[in-house]
Write a new protein. Structure first.
Lengths: 143, 179
């Protein structure tokens, strides 16, 4: 009787664990914690843009969906119409644009307030590829 | 490359050109089983108010879903973002000369052009509204699109979860292009 009870408890725990795992996998939100995310590449903004400009396809294959730490001189920092903060490096149109989501921007308001055009800054985020500029999204300010 | 080609062909008058790098496109699918919505606030678009030429380009990876698993399936199984990383539209506003771009107000227009998604290009014609307010131009369009028309195949098992037609909303706030 005691053994059967133990088996029953074991099965119940297993079912609960599998169920919770499945639920988390299916319904989890995209809560990429960029602060803790492992950095795949550390690169200067100008070097990154140059690499995309000279070979967009190989650069996309190399950096697409990867976590990058970008550093360089800030051309502009501004809040856009959706409440996201964009930090631009190299050139306003043909450079690197790092976007800090509106919610993340609230959490990093202090650090954002310390950055001005002309300053040196490092941001970490996911590289999505290139349009006119190289797009880095879900960014956080490293320093 | 698309933008370089388009910009080269754009009006020589810089004051006629407008652009945004933070345009918004979202799509919405509604079925009795579930609603699916994804948004992209990283759209780059150019508008030439003299010729009416317009171009949009988006990175498919930049569409954000509520559920991470949906985003994975979207990129890997449906739009194949590694193979087809971008979608684009190149077209023209019909009769741009009728719009008074320097006066506040809203005007409904027809836009015709080539929409390319998942490597498939199709001619489309949709209506939209341009609003001029305090010297700023914004554009909005809402239209329907069938994923199958662009070679995006929905497996039978997911057919009840994903609508046959998606509702696409495009919203751009343009700035003068000074390059």
């Amino acid at each position: 009787m005691k053994a059967r009870f133990r088996i029953l408890i074991g099965v119940a725990i297993l079912v609960l664990a599998v169920g919770t795992g499945t639920w988390l996998y299916v319904f989890r939100k995209d809560t990429t914690d960029m602060v803790r995310a492992k950095t795949d590449f550390r690169i200067g903004a100008a070097d990154l843009y140059r690499e995309f400009e000279s070979g967009e396809q190989p650069a996309t294959e190399k950096y697409g969906s990867k976590v990058l730490e970008i550093n360089g001189q800030v051309i502009s920092i501004e809040k856009n119409e959706w409440g996201n903060v964009t930090v631009t490096f190299v050139d306003p149109m043909f450079g690197v644009t790092c976007t800090i989501d509106s919610l993340q921007a609230i959490g990093q308001a202090g650090l954002i307030g310390e950055i001005n055009a002309g300053d040196s800054a490092t941001l970490k985020g996911r590289c999505d590829g290139m349009l006119t500029d190289v797009k880095i999204v879900k960014c956080v300010i490293v320093k | 490359m698309l933008f370089c080609a388009i910009l080269a062909g754009f009006s020589l008058h810089a004051q006629d050109r407008y652009f945004t790098k933070t345009g918004h496109i979202d799509f919405f699918s509604s079925t009795p089983i579930e609603d699916i919505k994804a948004a992209n606030d990283q759209v780059t678009s150019f508008l030439d108010i003299r010729t009416g030429e317009m171009v949009f380009s988006v990175l498919m990876r930049s569409f954000t879903f509520d559920k991470a698993l949906m985003q994975e399936h979207f990129n890997e199984n449906y739009v194949e973002s590694d193979k087809f990383p971008k979608a684009s539209f190149e077209g023209k506003i019909m009769g741009p000369g009728k719009i008074q771009w320097d006066k506040p107000g809203a005007v409904t227009v027809t836009v015709k052009g080539k929409l390319t998604i998942h490597g498939v290009s199709r001619e489309i014609e949709e209506s939209g509204t341009f609003t001029v307010e305090a010297g700023k131009i914004s554009g909005k369009s809402v239209f329907k699109l069938k994923p199958e028309d662009y070679g995006i195949l929905i497996p039978q098992i997911m057919r009840k979860n994903i609508a046959e037609q998606m509702t696409i909303t495009v919203l751009m706030y343009y700035l003068p292009y000074k390059k």
